[in-house]
Design a binder for this molecule. Structure first.
Ligand code: UDX
Length: 438
């Protein structure tokens, strides 16, 4: 919304949420999320045509177009628990819009939702209308965290789906004309509603599948002497495969991949396609396996026990340049090591201590989980160090100094393949890197 406001000074954009603390943060000098370039975009429009407000009803009343961007977490209860998307916030939003709206409104689904949600929204909207008339569009978001501003500036495509009726097509055109202010027309794709809704889940499933594919091959590389980066480069040069998303890792994280695949697989099950469901579920299974394989490797290398040993974790965010920790592989790795009795000392340049504690421990306490203020401090007197996020600063730490401060033999586990492996070996580290025979 900040990007739309920045690009279209004549369009008034109001971002609204009942959470007063969150809205206050968006109105303050310290924005509540860390995202390179976002502050500049927000500041360029805030107070001019970009507003943050807790008056949800007022904002609905005034708007011509309403982007619904509420959470759609994985259901934790009842039918579909652990897989299906929980649509209670979508439904609540639709009911509130129906109650408040007086004239014609275009409702845009921005949240990631299961296919055919628009039809549920329309039913709720139209059967509760107090005089409002509604068109529901689907406009999924493809930005990635850490590069959100770049991705919004210059997207590969913008997808807008809507009902293929004269009113639906007119609504599509209205939203197209907003993006067309800065996105070339040929990159704005319009489809029917169901294709648009499904494409979002499928895009994420395909991306995650590539990572699970290369991660599965990383295990084979480790035992055969092949190098997963070399294999990735070799296959990526085939223009049919392409070079992106072939970087082996300790496992993908983030708010989308796992949730969307589980949701896709639940949909397949629901529509009587169990084979398709289990095909996609295996992408998540390999990801879980990769995380436990990594922590298992740490235990194995440290002479089959980490009990009472100090393991430093460098990086907790699910990828660099974000403070987001949702589904980060670091949670599973820290929990596994704590369960083995290790003292786990975590350092991340952006994630606050309280976040790391609640992610790993929930409401419990464990004196074996320690949060450190610097990489060097975290590694002091450690038996082993594991790099879990590819933060740039980890590439050129003073590894000689780190080595000197560690207990010997000093082990380093590179969960991202970003470290200078030859140099580290020269220093004397015992090294493990995903998909490498180092
Ligand atoms: C993803 C999609 O890319 C984006 O289009 C969608 O809108 C939201 O979900 P995001 O979760 O922000 O974006 O990050 P992404 O860059 O896709 O990375 C997801 C995870 O995969 C990260 O943990 C990342 O480290 C990992 N990853 C990515 C790999 O392990 N290897 C790769 O080659 C690429």
């Amino acid at each position: 919304m900040a990007m739309i406001a920045a690009k279209c000074p004549d369009i008034r954009v109001t971002v609204t949420d009942p959470n007063a603390q969150r809205i206050a943060a968006w109105n303050s000098d310290t924005l509540p999320i860390y995202e390179p370039g976002l502050e500049e975009v927000v500041l360029s429009a805030r107070g001019r045509n970009l507003f943050f407000s807790t008056d949800v009803r007022g904002a609905i009343r005034e708007a011509d177009i309403i982007f619904v961007s509420v959470g759609t977490p994985t259901k934790t209860y009842g039918v579909g628990a652990g897989r299906a998307a929980d649509l209670k916030y979508i439904e609540a939003a639709a009911r509130m819009i129906a109650e408040v709206a007086e004239g014609p409104k275009i409702i845009v689904e921005k949240s990631t939702i299961p296919v055919r949600t628009a039809s549920a929204m329309l039913t709720i909207l139209r059967s509760n209308s107090k005089g409002g008339t509604f068109q529901v569009l689907s406009n999924p978001e493809f930005l990635a965290e850490g590069t959100a501003v770049e991705d919004l500036e210059d997207p590969d495509r913008v997808l807008i789906g809507g009902e293929q009726t004269p009113e639906g097509l007119e609504a599509i055109e209205k939203v197209v004309s907003i993006y067309a202010r800065w996105v070339p027309r040929e990159k704005i794709l319009t489809t029917n509603l169901w294709s648009s809704e499904l494409s979002k889940l499928v895009a994420n499933a395909f991306l995650a599948q590539r990572i699970s594919s290369i991660n599965s091959i990383s295990a084979l590389c480790e035992v055969t002497g092949a190098d997963v980066d070399e294999v990735g480069r070799a296959i990526g040069l085939d223009s049919r495969i392409g070079p992106k998303f072939l970087k082996a890792s300790v496992g993908f994280g983030g708010s989308c991949f796992q949730k969307d695949i589980l949701n896709l697989s639940y949909l397949c099950q629901h529509f009587g396609l169990p084979e398709v469901a289990s095909y996609w579920e295996s992408v998540v299974k390999i990801n879980d396996w990769q995380k436990s394989r990594f922590s298992g490797r740490i235990v194995r290398d440290l002479f089959n026990t980490v009990s009472g040993k100090h393991i430093a974790i460098l990086g907790f965010a699910f990828k660099k340049d974000t403070n987001d920790t949702r589904e980060t592989a670091a949670i599973a790795v820290c929990r596994d090591l704590l369960a083995e009795g290790a003292r786990v000392v975590v350092y991340d340049p952006q994630v606050p201590e309280s976040q790391i504690r609640s992610d790993v421990l929930g409401s419990q306490e464990n004196p074996n989980l320690v949060i450190s203020k610097s990489a060097l401090e975290a590694c002091k007197e450690a038996h082993g160090v594991a790099v879990l996020t590819e933060w740039d600063e980890f590439k050129d730490l003073d590894y000689q100094k780190i080595y000197d401060g560690m207990l010997k033999p000093a082990f380093l586990f590179d969960g991202r393949n970003i470290l200078p492996h030859a140099k580290l070996k020269q220093i004397g580290f015992r090294l493990f890197a995903i998909g490498k025979h180092v």
